[in-house]
Write a protein that binds this ligand. Structure first.
Ligand SMILES: [Fe+2]
Length: 260
């Protein structure tokens, strides 16, 4: 169980924690702020999803706690490695769990609730969810993954629309912006499968990976929000026009339509 008081304590811990990451470097501060703002929006998204699923007040607080802590490793990651690319640094979910444990962020919370929090965070950036976990853990992991994707789609689509003026290499995971689309990435998307990050070689591949997230959505409301906010169209419009992009878009769009 998560009381209002324990949620407030975790919120103030989070604020204090982020405050520690300061620098006179503008780019550094911008990336720290980016993850902080992302975190707050994921808290809003997860609450929106949770309410639409009629979760209890306790479970809404639990969902918010999970969202608030899910990317805590990002600050440490950026500070140490100056990148958000896990493959160039380390797994930011595991790094976050280390921080949570070291700083005893979950003190006073009962062990079974703690397990759910740690479990949801540790699986939030995996390609696939494990099967040998409790139903409650998997439920919150799914909720977090949907809320996280909704906000990443918001961030990247805003970014793609404005990146000509304000490019940020960290958001592009330092990938080359070449016209190239990898066969492997394209084939996966066309066959209705999620794209694994190890096949991503260019920014275009990364955009296709984000489009293919529609195959990895867990709740009806999430499909509806993706559709309503026109995220797929916005990603498509950020590509140079090509036959492959047209086909890829048609594929994910028709999948979304069949679900939403
Ligand atoms: Fe996130």
């Amino acid at each position: 169980m998560i009381t209002q008081k324990s949620l407030q304590n975790i919120e103030s811990w989070f604020e204090n924690h982020v405050q520690k990451f300061r620098s006179s470097d503008k780019g550094y501060t911008q990336n720290i702020e980016l993850k902080k703002d992302h975190t707050f929006r994921v808290c809003e998204e997860i609450t929106r999803l949770g309410k639409s699923l009629d979760l209890s007040m306790n479970d809404l607080r639990l969902a918010k706690t999970i969202a608030l802590l899910h990317d805590v490793g990002r600050f440490e990651q950026y500070d140490r490695y100056r990148t958000f690319a896990d493959y160039k640094s380390e797994d930011h979910a595991q790094l976050g769990i280390k921080v949570i444990n070291q700083e005893n962020v979950l003190k006073g919370i009962d062990p079974s609730t703690k397990r759910v929090i740690i479990c949801a965070i540790s699986y939030h950036n995996r390609a696939h969810l494990p099967i040998n976990e409790s139903e409650r853990c998997l439920f919150f992991a799914k909720l977090l993954r949907d809320a996280d994707k909704l906000d990443i789609l918001y961030v990247v689509t805003e970014y793609y629309q404005n990146s000509v003026q304000h490019s940020n290499q960290s958001l592009e995971l330092e990938l080359p912006d070449t016209p190239h689309i990898s066969d492997e990435v394209y084939q996966k998307l066309i066959s209705g499968k999620i794209v694994s990050s190890q096949h991503v070689q260019s920014l275009n591949d990364f955009k296709l990976l984000q489009m293919a997230w529609v195959y990895d959505v867990n709740f009806l409301i999430t499909y509806r929000l993706i559709k309503e906010r026109k995220y797929l169209e916005k990603i498509r419009d950020s590509f140079p026009k090509s036959e492959r992009v047209k086909k890829a878009f048609a594929k994910v769009q028709s999948y979304l339509d069949s679900k939403a």
